[in-house]
Design a protein around this ligand. Structure first.
Ligand SMILES: Nc1nc2c(ncn2[C@@H]2O[C@H](COP(=O)(O)OP(=O)(O)OP(=O)(O)O)[C@@H](O)[C@H]2O)c(=O)[nH]1
Length: 291
């Protein structure tokens, strides 16, 4: 993965180090930096309270100590969630959900490639069957990612039947991982959630669903989260994928979204290339975020 970290706080924290010691202005700068990076008011307040207490306890006045404490606090908060993908079933079935435009198709291609680098075989099911162009686009990304694809036999085919056929294909061929693409928008939210429920029910006749990954676009931050609320409430989401971090100054969204939803982040997308998806490692992330 290319090293592009526009979401790093290092620029925003620069002011903090222009003063030789920690002053009230330092705390103001820190608050501005955290709010600007989309940590959200609650997390910002909690982090600052914790840091104030630590600075007092260790009687330090050095801004560099404050930076280290900030890194540790963020890492500790990020680590409260288990970010490991659970893909031990064979086949392991992953449903990918989220509103249109967040990067779902791209993520599926990148995820297939990611799994391929660990030697896993992958088949993608095109269960967003209403737009032929979407199926073609998914097929292109599946191919780039080195995965097979099961397409609908006709436009508008029941998404659950495509999902069923994809799992069937995996069982027949010994393919290890099944990734099911799902629709991001239907006429009604209720309709969309019913469709997801049906896909799950039909898949579970053959194999358990190992993960339900909700894709979120970092550039839309809190707005994007509000749009995805129905999935969080009804789709049994087990993990989050945050995309487009490379085009975002909102690194704090990663922590805020985990704390607000209580759902771990499992993958992070940082670019439009097939290799631009990684697992989520709190230590590495906190290091890059705070510097
Ligand atoms: N910079 C950047 N762009 C991304 C990333 N992931 C996806 N994109 C871009 O976001 C746009 C939307 O991605 P898609 O994968 O088509 O999104 P989708 O959710 O499947 O959208 P629909 O096809 O409309 O349902 C594309 O232009 C992608 O190249 C990322 O991590 N970084």
């Amino acid at each position: 993965m290319a090293e592009r970290t526009p979401w790093s706080l290092s620029g925003a924290l620069r002011g903090m180090f222009q003063r030789p010691t920690i002053t009230e202005d330092t705390w103001d700068d820190l608050e501005t930096a955290l709010v600007g990076a989309d940590f959200g008011p609650d997390v910002t307040e909690a982090v600052i309270d914790e840091l104030r207490a630590n600075v007092e306890r260790y009687r330090t006045t050095d801004p560099r100590d404050l930076q280290r404490m900030l890194r540790e606090t963020i890492e500790e908060r990020l680590s409260k969630y288990d970010t490991t993908l659970r893909l031990t079933e064979r086949p392991a079935v992953v449903l990918v959900v989220g509103v249109n435009g967040v990067g779902k198709t791209t993520t599926i291609g990148k995820f297939a490639r990611f799994l391929g680098t660990y030697g896993r075989s992958v088949v993608v099911g095109a269960a967003d069957t209403f737009r032929a162009a979407a199926v073609d686009q998914l097929a292109t990304w599946a191919e780039r990612g080195g995965a097979q694809i099961v397409r609908p036999q006709q436009q508008g085919q029941d998404p659950a039947s495509v999902a069923f056929q994809t799992v069937e294909f995996a069982k027949r061929t010994g393919t290890e991982i099944v990734i099911i693409d799902t629709a991001g928008r239907l006429h009604t939210k209720g309709g969309l959630m019913d469709e997801l429920t049906k896909i799950r029910r039909v898949v579970e006749k053959q194999a358990p669903v190992s993960e339900v990954l909700l894709v979120l676009d970092a550039t839309t931050g809190q707005n994007g989260l509000a749009q995805a609320q129905a999935f969080i409430e009804h789709a049994g989401v087990t993990g989050l994928v945050v995309t487009k971090l490379d085009g975002s100054a909102k690194g704090g969204f990663v922590l805020a979204v985990q704390e607000q939803t209580g759902i771990p982040i499992k993958l992070v997308g940082q670019g439009e290339g097939i290799g631009d998806l990684t697992g989520f490692t709190p230590h590495v992330f906190a290091q890059k975020l705070v510097g």
